[in-house]
Ligand binder design. Structure first.
Ligand code: WT7
Length: 616
């Protein structure tokens, strides 16, 4: 099964001939030296706790700079869709986030209560993240391209008390389902029109004015959070069941900070642009917290991708460090090298990528377009921060993810029949040979490791074995210690850098009256890495037709938004396991024209006969 479970990154270019490209000069010593010197214990000295040992992420990211020489430096420069800029210095950001925290406190937010945003990249989003942390709340981002279904599910699972959003998103995605969200007490609307905010909501500006009136933003005290108090909740997708809520604690800021230095090479004076949507973990760890903790100037753009605009921003804003994703790089590549050459990037010194396999072509294209190789970084929602990277100062090996960053201990574990690490009597086997493929595992101990899956201790426990956190990815290490991504060990789909749980998509499709059952896979796509493809069994009385396929795509799109399937195939005999589960791996193997592997557990039965009794 392992070969089916682990499609190599081949469709994206696979392993390139071994080649090293020199990287920028290291910030402090070389790789080996940095690894040798680094300990989390030692790094902890960077934190700025209060006299009682309280640590708050927003204090570390903003207030400590606002109290020092960086107070007058621009912390965030917001570009709106028209290109108009608004800036906040570290001192201003401190005041504004204090006001936001005061507003939330006034609304009755208690320590540990959860606050969501459903917003594009706008000042209100950044203020909400930092304000929530300062108020002692837990911040949970929602991706603005999600449809009503994934939004409702995450608001309900997270028992979110406060949501900050805009009129359109509220009216379309929240209002119709508000009755089913009893925990959602307050909705703040950032763009009320002349008639005011929709019924049952509060204008953002009114909430802030109240906060301003009730507290003096200059003397406001940040919530005394302990290092192990929850700070962030990030939903991520698994192969079965509901989205998983990964919980991160305030101490995680130390990992955000250290990896922002090591892997992104950030330092005061940098102008940094991270193109990740703030609705995902990259958007908080490296769109907000890590870079601010390094005292850089963040540039953020509200508009969607447009190649010319991106080159112009890199040039005009004098960006020094650029963190983006393979899909975005492939879109730039598609727009042509000539367009890149129309621009110069004299300030740019480091280009970094995350989220999906970075094909060697993209690394080399970076050399052509920017004169810089693209540096890959690997991590996950659960790890909270970069774990493996081709980082500053270390020669880049195109196609490789790099090496574990200092403080991170990684291993490749021998696989069992299901593709995941084999656990025998509670023990795993660490593979030590070069190029041996197995599940990538990490030794817990770095501060941004997730501390729980919300309300799901069993699932959390299952993520660990024999003292390792099991990532669900397959990887190998070459003779020089460079790590290579091989594929996922499970059915989770990666589209344009975003994880998509097949179960969530299948469940939504099955709400359509024509659909008896659905099996969803990732289909290789030259731009997005993978797109979502659904195989659908129809109920009696429905016939396959292009019209019905279009209808199902539209249905999915309406419910799910950006995670909806882009292709539908009708299949009246979806393959099932003996326990009745659709065999997504087999669907994928067939789609890719790969050998179907060990079929001993397959029972190809029509949907009507999938209950346990009928199939065994
Ligand atoms: C999964 C995690 C990384 C933070 C944002 C996404 C895949 C991530 C790489 C990379 C190949 C990668 C893995 C991982 N992934 N980075 N450099 N090369 N694959 O976090 O949504 O939790 O996704 O993204 O499969 O497990 P996420």
């Amino acid at each position: 099964m392992a070969d089916l479970a682990a499609p190599r990154a081949g469709h994206l270019g696979g392993h390139a001939p071994i080649e090293h490209i020199p990287s920028l000069p290291p910030l402090i010593g070389d790789y080996e030296e940095r690894c040798r010197r680094f300990t989390w214990e030692g790094a902890r000295a960077w934190l700025d706790p209060d006299p009682s040992g309280h640590v708050n992420m927003a204090h570390e990211a903003v207030d400590r700079h606002a109290a020092g020489p960086l107070a007058g430096v621009v912390a965030i420069r917001f570009l709106d869709r028209t290109g108009e800029a608004t800036e906040l210095t570290y001192a201003e950001l401190r005041t504004r986030t204090n006001v936001t925290a005061a507003a939330l406190r006034l609304l009755g937010l208690e320590p540990g209560d959860r606050v969501c945003t459903l917003l594009p990249r706008s000042p209100e989003l950044y203020l909400t993240v930092l304000g929530t942390l300062k108020a002692g709340g837990v911040y949970c981002p929602l991706f603005p391209a999600f449809g009503p279904e994934p939004v409702r599910e995450r608001l309900a699972l997270g028992r979110i008390r406060v949501l900050v959003t805009d009129t359109l998103s509220y009216t379309r995605k929240i209002a119709p389902q508000r009755a089913s969200l009893p925990d959602l007490e307050h909705v703040l609307i950032v763009d009320p029109d002349e008639a005011g905010a929709p019924t049952g909501t509060t204008p953002w500006s009114a909430a802030l004015a109240a906060g301003w009136a009730a507290y003096d933003p200059e003397t406001f005290t940040v919530a005394p959070t302990r290092p192990e108090d929850p700070a962030l909740l990030h939903f991520t997708s698994g192969t079965t069941g509901k989205p998983k809520g990964a919980v991160h604690v305030h101490a995680a800021i130390l990992a955000h900070h250290v990896t922002s230095e090591f892997a992104l090479d950030l330092r005061p004076g940098d102008v940094y642009w991270c193109t990740a949507d703030p609705g995902w973990v990259t958007g908080t760890s490296y769109g907000i917290l890590g870079p601010l903790s390094c005292g850089v100037t963040i540039v953020t753009d509200a508009a969607d991708f447009e190649a010319r605009r991106w080159y112009r921003i890199l040039h005009d804003e004098q960006v020094t460090v650029f963190y983006t994703a393979p899909t975005a790089l492939r879109m730039l590549m598609r727009a042509g090298t000539a367009l890149a050459r129309e621009h110069t990037f004299p300030t740019l010194r480091h280009v970094v990528s995350v989220g999906e396999p970075l094909n060697p072509e993209a690394v080399l294209w970076g050399l052509e377009a920017f004169g810089l190789p693209v540096h890959d970084t690997w991590w996950q929602t659960e790890t909270g921060a970069i774990m493996v990277s081709n980082y500053a100062g270390m020669p880049v090996r195109p196609g490789s993810m790099g090496r574990p960053v200092p403080g991170v201990v990684a291993a490749v574990l021998a696989q069992g029949a299901d593709g995941r690490a084999a656990v025998v009597d509670g023990r795993v086997e660490v593979l030590t040979g070069p190029d041996e493929v197995g599940e990538l595992a990490l030794r817990p101990g770095w501060p941004s490791m997730f501390r729980a899956y919300l309300d799901d201790p069993d699932r959390y426990a299952k993520a660990f074995a024999d003292g390792w956190y099991l990532t669900g990815d397959l990887a190998s290490v070459d003779a020089d210690g460079y790590w290579w991504f091989v594929g996922r060990a499970d059915d989770v789909i990666k589209s344009a850098g975003h994880l998509i749980g097949p179960f969530e998509v299948e469940s939504a499709l099955m709400e359509h009256p024509a659909v008896a059952e659905a099996g969803v896979i990732g289909k290789p796509d030259p731009l997005a890495g993978e797109i979502v493809k659904a195989f659908v069994t129809l109920r009696v009385g429905y016939e396959p037709s292009p019209g019905l396929a279009r209808e199902l795509i539209a249905f999915g799109r309406h419910r799910l938004g950006s995670v909806a399937p882009r292709e539908i195939a009708f299949d009246q005999a979806l393959p099932h396991t003996r326990s009745g589960k659709v065999m997504r791996r087999l669907l994928k193997a067939r789609e890719l024209g790969l050998p179907e592997g060990d079929l001993s557990t397959v029972e190809t039965a029509p949907a009507a006969a999938t209950d346990e009794g009928a199939t065994t």
